[in-house]
Design a binder for this molecule. Structure first.
Ligand SMILES: Cc1cc2nc3c(=O)[nH]c(=O)nc-3n(C[C@H](O)[C@H](O)[C@H](O)COP(=O)(O)OP(=O)(O)OC[C@H]3O[C@@H](n4cnc5c(N)ncnc54)[C@H](O)[C@@H]3O)c2cc1C
Length: 436
């Protein structure tokens, strides 16, 4: 097995690691790599340090991306964990199927989607990614072992959203869902403020719904933005192939300064007339809008950025409004704020979702962000919510037990599967997830 020593980072680029990376193509090479320790990682689309192992080894799974089996009658697919969700969508959509749950980037791998039990714009109805996993094959010292909810319920639950700590996922068997065609009918409605946004999300009957918020707007305009509600519709043409526009260099810091952010938000908000706007869009354009600009994380400059994503229980919308107000007053929010309604669906001990509302906001990495983040973290804790570990780089270990009440049960399963914590990552160490 060939190892390469490299610097690498999560999507936010604010936290970095230096270490040995293997990229196995076959099970034999994966076994060899695992013998040297280190976690399996995917495409590093997590924002913080969950795919990092500074000073140690990491096994990048992206070359193990083969389709192993597909039954077009039942929609059950078996695929290696390094396959990306976007590649699956492209392959399956013309055959009338798609993954039941997809995050906002098609570049996340199946292994990464399982290890963070990701959610999509249909979480309120479809639940989380792990709820559509029929079985995973974990690599063990004795070779590959299939783990399903029937064969090993506790290990399965610890693996869904389990941050790779129960073993490298080699492959997964997924239940897909049918689709009528390759198009989405999208209704966009302008929302004047936070309360209208929450009321519209509560009233929405759409299968897919996502809110884009201007996180810089304050007072009467706090929470203004655009609600997108979408339905899958017929249409055989997938739409024109998207040419991914690259960001060729790290942007100067001034690009995301506050005035520029405000202009962006004004432009974004003005596109939708008062009566709303209907559009037909291609699947990838709706599900993965930001993938159109490749390496857009470089827009934040060399210092990178953080994402704060929290979820609060459904009866705590007022507390979420307070959180948004803290962000707006903090003066460092970016244009990329997302608000969604979540259902109760979650598949693992450390799964992020809970029934309520989730808010995600990007912030360029600046000296004052940790203080702001700590204030937001306190507000989330006080409201009985939690922070999403797939995005986190700044949370405190003391918050974890309250945010993730099943932490002890998960810890016990991870310790059984990996007693020497050879799979630990920087995130796991920073948040003391494997130990007290
Ligand atoms: C633009 C953008 C939009 C996003 N939108 C959403 C969203 O809507 N909903 C959402 O839930 N998330 C979203 N995310 C987050 C993203 O879906 C998750 O971070 C996902 O886990 C990334 O997958 P990855 O393959 O890059 O995994 P990585 O980031 O490389 O790794 C994540 C974790 O998975 C583990 N892991 C990866 N592969 C394996 C494997 N084969 N076996 C065992 N463990 C493994 C790693 O050890 C690590 O702990 C978004 C991210 C971006 C950049």
């Amino acid at each position: 097995m060939q190892w390469k020593t490299a610097d690498y980072a999560g999507w936010g680029r604010a936290l970095r690691a230096h270490g040995r990376i293997a990229r196995p193509e076959r099970v034999s090479a994966l076994t060899e790599a695992l013998a040297e320790g280190g976690p399996a990682i995917g495409n590093c689309r997590s924002y913080g340090d969950s795919p990092l192992n500074d000073g140690g080894a990491a096994i990048r799974m992206t070359r193990m991306d083969r389709l192993l089996a597909f039954d077009p009658e039942t929609g059950v697919i078996e695929v290696e964990a390094g396959a990306s969700i976007g590649a699956l969508l492209k392959l399956l959509a013309p055959r009338g199927w798609m993954p039941a749950v997809m995050p906002g980037t098609g570049l996340a791998t199946v292994g990464g989607c399982i290890a963070n039990d990701v959610h999509g714009k249909n979480h309120h109805g479809a639940g989380s990614f792990g709820q559509h996993v029929l079985a995973v094959t974990l690599m063990t010292a004795a070779g590959p072992r299939e783990v399903s909810p029937a064969s090993d319920p506790d290990l399965f639950r610890a693996t869904m959203g389990g941050l790779g700590q129960t073993g490298a996922i080699l492959s997964a068997r997924l239940q897909l869902r049918t689709i009528p065609g390759q198009r989405m009918k999208v209704l966009e409605t302008a929302m004047p403020d936070f309360d209208s946004f929450i009321a519209a999300l509560d009233a929405s009957k759409a299968e897919f719904a996502v809110g884009w918020i201007d996180a810089t707007a304050k007072r009467k305009r706090l929470g203004r933005g655009i609600l997108e509600e979408a339905t899958l519709v017929e249409g055989t043409r997938p739409g024109p192939e998207r040419k991914r526009k690259p960001v060729p260099f790290d942007a100067p810091n001034a690009l995301l300064s506050r005035p520029v952010v405000k202009i962006f938000n004004r432009w974004y908000g003005s596109g939708v007339p008062d009566g709303g706007r209907k559009r037909t869009r291609a699947l990838d354009d709706f599900f993965f809008p930001l993938d159109a600009l490749s390496d857009w994380n470089r827009l934040y400059g060399k210092r990178g950025f953080h994402q704060f994503q929290c979820v609060l229980p459904a009866d705590r919308a007022a507390a979420l409004k307070e959180i948004l107000s803290t962000i707006a007053r903090g003066g460092i929010a970016s244009p990329l704020a997302v608000l969604k309604r979540m259902g109760p669906g979650r598949a693992g001990h450390l799964s992020f979702p809970m029934e309520g509302y989730t808010l995600a906001v990007d912030m360029p990495a600046r000296a004052r962000v940790p203080t702001l983040y700590a204030r937001l973290e306190d507000q989330v804790l006080a409201a009985g919510g939690r922070i999403y570990l797939a995005k986190d780089a700044l949370a405190r270990p003391e918050s974890m037990a309250a945010m993730y009440p099943e932490l002890e049960a998960w810890r016990a399963e991870a310790a059984k599967a990996d007693p020497e914590a050879r799979l630990a990552t920087d995130l796991v160490r920073r948040l003391h997830l494997r130990s007290l």
